[in-house]
Design a protein around this ligand. Structure first.
Ligand SMILES: [Zn+2]
Length: 333
């Protein structure tokens, strides 16, 4: 683990001192965008065009499967964007073992706002994509990596847009945006149906080795598959078990903001996802805003883990409903 920003700030400081001692004009470096924060916090409007751009850019790297070049390039992109907006960035690098014993080099990428504040909210999504389309109707595709426009890129895109808005409209609450790696490298469904701990490897690691010792947040919100047209977000089982009050608050906020057609007051199944391990190992009450749908055979959005999880099947209005809801929740704190 290393803290990129601190190093950069120290270098910048040294640079300024050298410039002053050399008699250079006392002018702030124009590339230091972090010094221009506005003063007051106003509730921003979530820009779904901007979020959609962040989504498309991730997908353009190709499938973000650990140990591939696309994965490395996308990590650099995500670090660059978060570093532009957050106060401190942490990149947690480690190696985990997949269900098939492959060693995966992974990166959990964390952007923190107001890192000194002990009152914190955690926002998370996974940035990796599934190495195989094992739910595709065509068996030919069972080992093709998915593009993951919805399953992966959508949650990250919403969080990057929230990071941009937090930078432009600062608040006092501490916010940590955590982009987890290796969520979707779970056992191939055609071989092993009973391998729950093979999922969410990045969050399992982080939950037991957080980027800050004894890390705690008041609550957490995980986003997963938040970009399909007419998505339905229901009261997911583990969210209700570990954090029922947060579920009620978020769903109420969404409904008052006019997104009641997306956020339904319905019970839904238990999903093994990153939030489970955050609850289990860190005791941070964390909910999952995840698309659940009884009308599909697997219970998720239509193109889940298929080669059709592509940009063309994303609807900006869904990104807006989730992004604005999360903003309303965190700015009301
Ligand atoms: Zn997935």
């Amino acid at each position: 683990m290393y803290i990129q920003n601190n190093t950069r700030d120290v270098l910048l400081f040294v640079f300024i001192i050298i410039m002053i001692s050399c008699g250079a004009p006392e002018k702030k470096p124009t590339n230091d965008i972090k010094e221009k924060k506005p003063e007051r916090a106003t509730l921003p409007s979530f820009d779904s065009d901007s979020a959609f751009y962040y989504l498309k850019t991730q997908v353009a790297f190709g499938p973000r499967v650990p140990n591939t070049e696309s994965h490395r390039e996308c990590a650099n992109y995500l670090i660059k964007i978060l570093d532009r907006f957050a106060d401190t960035i942490y990149v947690q690098e480690t190696t985990v073992t997949a269900f098939d014993r492959t060693k995966l080099d992974i990166k959990n990428i964390i952007g923190s706002f107001n890192p000194e504040n002990t009152s914190r909210i955690l926002l998370a999504a996974h940035w990796d994509t599934r190495p195989f389309a094992d739910e595709d109707p065509d068996p030919e595709n069972f080992y093709t990596p998915i593009e993951g426009a919805n399953d992966g890129a959508s949650g990250v895109a919403v969080l990057l847009e929230i990071a941009r808005l937090l930078y432009k409209n600062p608040i006092e609450t501490g916010i940590d945006i955590i982009l987890f790696d290796a969520e979707d490298y779970g056992a191939h469904s055609r071989h092993n149906k009973n391998a729950e701990d093979t999922w969410a490897l990045g969050s399992q690691y982080w939950s037991q080795n957080p980027h800050v010792p004894n890390y705690f947040a008041r609550f957490g919100i995980l986003l997963d598959m938040v970009g399909a047209p007419n998505a339905t977000f229901k009261h997911e089982g583990y969210s209700m078990y570990f954090a029922p009050n947060i579920v009620r608050r978020v769903w109420q906020t969404a409904q008052s903001a006019g997104y009641g057609n997306y956020f339904l007051n319905q019970k839904a199944g238990y999903i093994m996802d990153d939030h489970f391990y955050i609850n289990k190992y860190r005791n941070i009450p964390t909910i999952n805003i995840i698309h659940q749908d009884d009308s599909t055979p697997h219970g998720f959005f239509e193109h889940w883990h298929t080669v059709k999880d592509v940009v063309e099947n994303i609807d900006k209005n869904t990104l807006k409903s989730v992004g604005q809801t999360v903003l309303n929740v965190i700015y009301e704190n």
